[in-house]
Design a protein. Structure first.
Length: 100
């Protein structure tokens, strides 16, 4: 059995008392980023659980959690032009199937 894309949740929980946030995810890209952070900062980012269907749960410092303003179309165009001028190629996304 496989999970649908809809079922592959990411849940971030934290409270006002503790300094850490719990990140529960089925997202492969986020799980890999968390793994790399845990390897680099084992004292701050900790793997708590590995579950079925690719689920992982980590504890991270709350200051790592942020919500940012979306890019405006104007900013995106300027950044795109700057990257083209500097001959910077976009990141490779790999061959990901639509079912992932």
């Amino acid at each position: 059995m496989r999970l649908t894309r809809y079922e592959k949740e990411t849940v971030i929980l934290f409270n006002e008392e503790e300094e850490t946030a719990s990140v529960y995810t089925h997202n492969n890209k986020l799980a890999e980023k968390l793994r790399m952070l845990a390897d680099k900062h084992p004292d701050k980012v900790k793997l708590v659980q590995i579950g079925s269907y690719g689920m992982v749960k980590y504890l991270v410092p709350k200051r790592c959690i942020s919500v940012r303003e979306p890019y405006s179309d104007a900013r995106r165009a300027v950044d795109s032009q700057r990257a083209i001028s500097a001959q910077i190629a976009p990141p490779r996304r790999g061959n990901r199937s639509k079912s992932e």
